[in-house]
Ligand binder design. Structure first.
Ligand SMILES: [Zn+2]
Length: 307
């Protein structure tokens, strides 16, 4: 049984079951529509209330788990297509990039920077950064990009330098070569004017720029990649300046749930693996439930189902 015991997931369990009822009634959500249609259909449409749906009473609480085929279900608030996007790639000491890995769509970012040196990022991340910086400025917050894409070799030099300055001790501030988020071309360090030229540390979190970033980054597809209190999971010290682009769907989920990319990655892979075992590779389908979650967004459910 693939079901989270926490309440939000129970809410989604009811939503999923309601989706089955709804999907059966609306041919447009059938198997020919595909994931792309679902992704584009998140705009609200007139929808029946969950409580108006037939069978709702039977689906409340634990009763939902008695529904047929429920062993194959997996409830997740966005489509599978999002999970396999390159932008969600997890890079850390256990998931190393090759020395030769270079993203193929690196461009020079055009936002305000801490120096005149060019900073490169993947195009999609760079465009999101434009929007992030513009919105910050509109809120009276001036951000400075400090570092973006780094090659494997650059990271290796930085790591070696850090070690030699630190008497050979890895203090967790510079990732090992191949383990850096910066090599993805999706990671960016963002600071304030006051911190230009200063060694970065956790005290940056006390600035209004860091507070603004934490509050708004997800709306532009970025997450705080190395949060406070999660150092044992990320293996990297708290870095309130290091933002990672992953796309808005996953970013909002991760920031809302206070997750790291490591935790999120493990979570969805665990569910996919469990479903794969249950239905031996049957394709999974994504349905918009037409039920709004606690955050007011439409819930999307993904579940395994033979055609
Ligand atoms: Zn960084």
């Amino acid at each position: 049984m693939i079901r989270r015991k926490t309440k939000p997931w129970l809410v989604r369990a009811a939503a999923w079951a309601a989706a089955l009822v709804f999907a059966a009634a609306i041919p447009a959500i059938g198997e020919s529509s595909g994931i792309a249609w679902i992704v584009e259909s998140v705009t609200p449409t007139p929808e029946p209330l969950l409580t108006d749906m037939a069978g709702f009473d039977d689906l409340q609480g634990e009763a939902a788990s008695d529904q047929p085929a429920s062993d194959n279900q997996w409830l997740f608030p966005f489509p599978r297509s999002v999970l396999y996007q390159n932008t969600l790639r997890l890079v850390n000491t256990s998931n190393l990039l090759d020395a030769s890995y270079v993203p193929n769509d690196l461009i020079r970012i055009s936002v305000r920077k801490t120096s005149s040196s060019a900073i490169l990022m993947q195009r999609e991340a760079s465009e999101a950064l434009d929007a992030l910086f513009a919105e910050a400025l509109a809120d009276g917050v001036t951000l400075y990009a400090h570092s973006g894409y780094r090659s494997y070799q650059t990271q290796k030099s930085m790591y070696d330098n850090r070690l030699s300055r630190n008497k050979g001790v890895d203090d967790g501030y510079v990732a090992k070569p191949g383990a850096s988020d910066h090599q993805t071309g999706l990671g960016v360090d963002i600071i304030s004017k006051e911190w230009i030229g200063k060694p970065l540390n956790g005290a940056f979190a006390n600035t209004k720029e860091a507070a603004w970033l934490k509050a708004h980054c997800a709306d532009y597809g970025f997450i705080l990649r190395y949060p406070e209190g999660k150092e044992a999971i990320t293996q990297i010290a708290f870095e309130p300046w290091h933002m990672r682009y992953i796309g808005t769907d996953a970013a909002r989920y991760i920031m809302n749930e206070d997750l790291t990319l490591e935790e999120f990655d493990a979570l969805w892979r665990e569910h996919v693996a469990a479903i794969g075992g249950a239905v031996s590779g049957e394709p999974m389908h994504v349905y918009q439930t037409d039920v709004k979650g606690p955050d007011g967004d439409h819930e999307l459910s993904l579940f395994a189902q033979g055609d």
